[in-house]
Design a protein. Sequence first.
Length: 304
Amino acid sequence: MARVDQRLTPSPWHKRFVTWPLSGGATWLGIRLMQLLPIDTASNLGGVIARAIGPLLPISNRARLNLRDSFPDWDEPRIEATIRGMWENLGRVAGEFVHLQHLDVSGDDPRVEVIGRKHIWNLRDDDAPGIFFSAHLANWELLPKLAAPNGITMHSVYRAMNAPLADRILRQSSGRHEDELIAKGPTGAMKLARIMRNGGHIALLVDQKLNEGIDVPFFGRPAKTAPAIALFALKYRCPVVPARVERLGGARFRVTFWPPITLPDSGDPKADTLALMTDINGWLEKWIRQTPEQWLWLHRRWGK
């Protein structure tokens, strides 16, 4: 058996008293810096830095591989341009993070255009559970901000950071109530089930890989996909609303809500689950193809 060099693996003591405090301090400092800047300046600064540094990082090779497989007819210059655009978008997301809670999403602010608001109201008023689904497109953190102004509570799942202090600082800076944020994992799954059982509303980003998921077509290839959204929707026969965030340029956005998609009802739960998740992945793929530079191609979406 090969020996593991313990020097390469931080000890629990090292994590608790060195790594976690340092990451928490860096997170706090970054957030405070962005708070001092207007949203446009913070967005531009984050975009410029990420666009310059991101493509040089080893993780960008995963994005290159994903793009080549997804767009086999693209040449290398187009792939590299998309990677630069992806990093710029990601840097802008970071710069805009602390400013989103102050944006006017009522529909009167030209910075945020909202289309299909009636589909939020329909879920708000139907006395039944409901689901919104989206992807890591443009600034996906904007989507939950539309909940409260439209009279609805939208619970969403997030992946907690490995460093507890940094995670707590980010959650506190998001402007959202703690009960609206559900950490990914078994405990979070039980919370989602309870919310749905009580007639609540959840918002899920369904574009990441789940090793325990089911194979669903995505860009012409099977991708391990979490079936939770289909399981909830088919159990409660509740509305499932597609929701997309687009970046229109700088820190300007369009958020679009579509009518609920049709739920399959063949009588075969396994087949219906696959059919619904295939439909959902089709929505995501269409959005990504329209603005590929606004999607996070860094995921191991296809197990590579």
